[in-house]
Ligand binder design. Sequence first.
Ligand SMILES: *Cc1c(COP(=O)(O)O)cnc(C)c1O
Length: 378
Amino acid sequence: MRVETKAVHTGVNIDGSYNSVITPIYPSSTFMFDEIGKNRGFDYTRSGNPTRSALADNICALEGGTAAWITCTGMAAITTTLFIFKPGDHIITGDDIYGGTYRLFFDVFTRMGLRFSFVNMRDEAAIRAAITPETKAVWIETPSNPLLNLVDVAAVTKIAREHDLVSIADNTFLSPCLFNPFEHGVDVIVHSTTKYINGHSDVVGGAIVVRNDKHAETISYYVNALGTGASPFDSWLVLRGIKTMPQRMEAHMRGAMAVARFLESCPRVKRVYYPGLESHPQHELAKRQFRGFGGMVSFDLDVDQLTPQEFFSKLKLFVLAESLGGVESLIEQPWTMSHASMPEEARIQAGLSQGTVRISIGIEHPDDLVEDLKNALA
Ligand SMILES: *Cc1c(COP(=O)(O)O)cnc(C)c1O
């Protein structure tokens, strides 16, 4: 089955009593035993729930894994996954990863005894140089946020295999429609389903997908032990959203390409970041590695001509808000919003400025989006 068909037809846990066509919400905290030691597959919702497992089956099929879990947020998926490791273990990751992940690694898990190196993941020598006898994993996130730098995933997982490291990928930005990390040597995938998978800006959620039994056993244990599983209602909303993800991704990308090309022609825009543009330094890698370039576009405004504040105030369609992956286009200034928690020096080091603007392209008509930007940039 192709992705469009899988998204609709996998993980459909119909109700046997009334033959519902879609998976019902089972908001039951507990499930009756037929007799001691015999139940119908579920006993308590922290450990497992039919609505949640329908969504897990769906995402598992879309990623090509062997098992999956649905968590209450993307951060909960990442937190649970980190329990694969023990104090003293060292993990190599990018210096431009999602801010919440950086905080979790640098503040929370460092205090619990894990160690992290934040390196430029485009530089294979830097990755190799960071490997120590304690290194246990590489944590990959691609494309980066907000400047859309890419990681050559097959090259990084090859290094990981040579050193017996676990490869973990956060596939939130591309979604299983545009990239399947398992095909490039990754062992564990995490998602924030809050973004493209749900796609309607009305749930926070996460997912973990594995492809070997050892990781399955560990993750299954920790989702239950930590209590990081998602609610039946949230799982149901995401299950509803995921069915149209392939069509939404196509619309996001059509809009993103049109907007990126328009911005490139704009005198008040200094630089545009989109992997689908020939001007992107890793455009060839993007074409080779991904099935599409995604729905995120960033650019540098010429602040001497127009400040982000003036620009935002003239927009009619783009909503000034953080997050991404929803049906409506969102715009923000990473310097004061999504990346404000980074120290100023780190922001500059990462290539950000006050003029950097990030857009999550929705599924509106591309011509309307371009027209709105054209008016605001005039
Ligand atoms: C949003 C996001 C997360 C965190 O997910 P939440 O659902 O907000 O907890 C993790 N990784 C990436 C790449 C994200 O964009």
